[in-house]
Ligand binder design. Structure first.
Ligand code: SF4
Length: 289
């Protein structure tokens, strides 16, 4: 039975759900650029921690659809296109009526181009406006891949999303990235800062850490100058506040202000949306919950 909006309390305002399809990634297929810190060494990717066969996918999508507010799913990872059943997942979600976006590194987008018909938007990493800067963090040949993916998306009349990790290395290129982005009329451009938790641990901060005040000023200036780019940003956590995301195995996590780590609020394969809403509300009113 569909959930009533009045039963959803604090999560009633959440209209889109991030779906973590896999925690694996194929980014290391590219070789690191000389003198770079390596390919995607800023990423908190892990060994595979998500499992889900076709039956699990069916059940999960059915349960998600019981929340009438959620119309949009953002498939992410890891790299969602290296998961076990990407085509089945996207096609099933599309058939239910969800607006699907995928966050991909694009390395296998051409190979998976038949999935484009199930997608509203494809979001790609933009970490530099040219090969020298973009490849520094993503590996040799990444910028070329990005351009090929953008050509593919334009040819298929797909919406484009962009996401950028702003760092000490690429911040001087931010304006050039904006000019590059403008040529592709993105639906949105998400700019994020290296995670505060990683900075606190001292890991790689010299390569990726940016002062929050510098991050915020740079992005605010950009938003002011390029309103058509639909820029939104998130300092420190890398996530907009009140983000809800679900692993393919049903576990639901929330990113909430006041919590350094994402908090587990339930499992969509066993809990109803009403139960998740209660758990979510408990964390909001009692951060030590
Ligand atoms: S492509 Fe994305 S998920 Fe893969 S390693 Fe790089 S940042 Fe992480």
């Amino acid at each position: 039975m569909p959930t009533k909006k009045s039963d959803l309390n604090g999560i009633a305002s959440i209209k889109s759900l991030r779906v973590i399809v896999t925690t694996r990634c194929n980014a290391k297929l590219l070789k690191p650029q000389a003198d770079s810190p390596g390919v995607c060494e800023f990423c908190y990717r892990q060994k595979e921690q998500v499992s889900g066969d076709r039956e699990t996918i069916d059940q999960l999508l059915k349960n998600i659809s019981k929340n009438p507010n959620i119309r949009s799913l953002i498939f992410t990872g890891g790299e969602p296109l290296v998961s076990r059943h990407p085509r089945y997942l996207l096609k099933s979600a599309f058939s239910i009526g969800f607006h699907n976006t995928i966050h991909t590194n694009g390395l296998t987008l051409e190979k998976n181009k038949e999935t484009l018909k199930y997608l509203i938007c494809v979001s790609l990493p933009l970490d530099g406006s040219n090969a020298e800067i973009a490849d520094y963090y993503r590996g040799v040949g990444y910028f070329n891949t990005l351009q090929n993916c953008l050509d593919l998306l334009h040819a298929n009349a797909k919406n484009i999303g962009l996401h950028t990790l702003l760092t000490p290395y690429n911040i001087a290129d931010l304006e050039n990235m904006a000019v590059f982005a403008q040529k592709h009329a993105p639906m949105y451009w998400f700019i994020k800062q290296f995670r505060a938790a990683n900075l606190a641990a001292g890991s790689n901060s010299k390569h990726y850490g940016l002062e929050t005040s510098q991050f915020q000023k740079s992005v605010q200036d950009l938003i002011h100058k390029y309103p058509s780019l639909n820029i939104f940003a998130s300092a420190s956590s890398g996530m907009p506040s009140q983000t809800l995301f679900v692993y393919l195995d049903g576990r639901v996590f929330a990113h909430m202000p006041g919590h350094q780590d994402n908090v587990l609020v339930g499992n969509l394969l066993s809990d109803s949306w009403e139960e998740l809403a209660i758990s979510f509300a408990n964390y909001q009113t009692d951060p030590a919950h």
